[in-house]
Design a protein around this ligand. Structure first.
Ligand SMILES: [Zn+2]
Ligand SMILES: [Zn+2]
Length: 365
């Protein structure tokens, strides 16, 4: 069928909206009419070829839409269902079987190598094949995904809002709710107040953390952090964040999340912890970053450092949980969002880059 898609043809270039061909869904696959798709930093990582996604490609991995048609053998969804699309995973490897599909042994292949599970592609432009991204390619009017990475959502919430739950929002919220699991009343510091960090802050607030310290270098982001539940904010350009956090908490925080992905920040996060403190690395620093951690401090204070991707999230369980919190007003992630028309996708990318918009979402119509 003919679809309109924002195509990435060469490294670093702007998106071009084109009419291309999309195949029918194969066995186990679902055709989805995309209503909206969030823009995430990882789309830019692929566009700029920091990850070598074969080009040309249709990027976009925070899609939300309505099931149009199901392939043979699909039982989880039917036409008309509202769905969010998530990352692709195989469902068969040791990681998937043990409940950790976000570290699927085929994660890189299925999300970044341009192919679907059977090794083939679904998008065509004349005789040329285009790469798939994250098993969905949602910068388009229609997408095909395996039913495994499609998640049914309630019809009484605005579907256009929900796509980022499948990546950026769950990454921050899940790191707190699924991995750190802070006790009510405990203290947490979140380094970086972008979409992922602010999601971590909302999650910490939803679960009842007593002290929530947001650390960033932009005052406007810290203001928003306060609105979303931060009890204290620290501008790391103006003061030493480690000293400030120790002052606020009387010795250090119980938990910390590093979402900035900048060298040196993990060290600050670890240094901010008190006894038995736990820090989670969420942001991706440049490849080859060599973080200098004080190992005696780790030992004597019994600290833990852990990494987490995609928020340690089993999406069929976790996405409905986030939507429930949103409905209760305890996870107001809509405050991060600005909607753009499909034609304005390049402007949305620019606004995200400059920090003007925290979470841009492209509406397809
Ligand atoms: Zn797997
Ligand atoms: Zn993402």
């Amino acid at each position: 069928m003919e679809i309109r898609a924002a195509v990435t043809s060469s490294k670093g270039e702007d998106f071009h909206i084109e009419t291309i061909q999309l195949d029918e869904p194969k066995r186990g696959e679902v055709l989805i009419r995309i209503v909206a798709c969030g823009i995430c930093h990882t789309d830019m990582v692929a566009r700029d070829q920091e990850y070598p996604v074969p080009l040309p490609a249709v990027l976009g991995h925070e899609g939300a839409g309505v099931v149009e048609k199901v392939g043979e053998g699909v039982s989880y969804v039917q036409p008309g269902d509202h769905v969010v699309l998530g990352y692709a995973y195989c469902g068969k490897c040791r990681s998937c079987l043990s409940g950790h599909p976000f570290v699927c042994e085929r994660f890189f292949e299925l999300n970044f190598c341009g192919i679907m599970e059977d090794g083939t592609k679904r998008h065509h432009r004349l005789e040329q094949e285009l790469s798939n991204f994250f098993g969905q390619s949602s910068f388009a009017t229609y997408a095909i995904a395996n039913e495994r990475n499609v998640f049914k959502v309630d019809k009484d919430v605005d579907l256009a809002l929900l796509g980022p739950l499948g990546c950026g929002i769950q990454t921050g919220a899940g790191a707190v709710l699924n991995r750190l699991k802070p006790e009510a009343g405990s203290s947490i510091a979140v380094f970086g107040a972008g979409a992922v960090g602010l999601s971590a802050i909302m999650a910490a607030n939803a679960i009842g953390c007593g002290i929530i310290v947001a650390v960033d270098v932009h005052d406007h982001r810290l203001e928003l952090a306060k609105e979303l539940g931060a009890t204290h904010v620290v501008n790391a350009i103006k003061v030493n964040p480690v000293e400030e956090i120790k002052n606020i908490t009387g010795g250090g925080v119980n938990y910390a999340a590093e979402t900035a992905g900048r060298p040196g920040i993990l060290r600050q996060a670890v240094d901010s912890l008190t006894f038995f403190g736990k820090v989670v690395q969420i942001g991706a620093p440049p490849l080859g970053t060599d973080e200098k951690i004080d190992t005696n401090d780790l030992l004597l204070f019994n600290k833990t450092i852990t990494g987490v991707v995609e928020g340690d999230s089993i999406q069929r369980i976790f996405i409905p949980q986030l939507i429930n919190l949103y409905k209760q007003g305890r996870f107001p992630f809509d405050k991060l969002v600005k909607f753009y028309k499909f034609e304005d996708i390049n402007q949305a990318v620019k606004d995200s880059h400059t920090g003007k918009t925290i979470k841009p979402i492209i509406k397809m119509e």
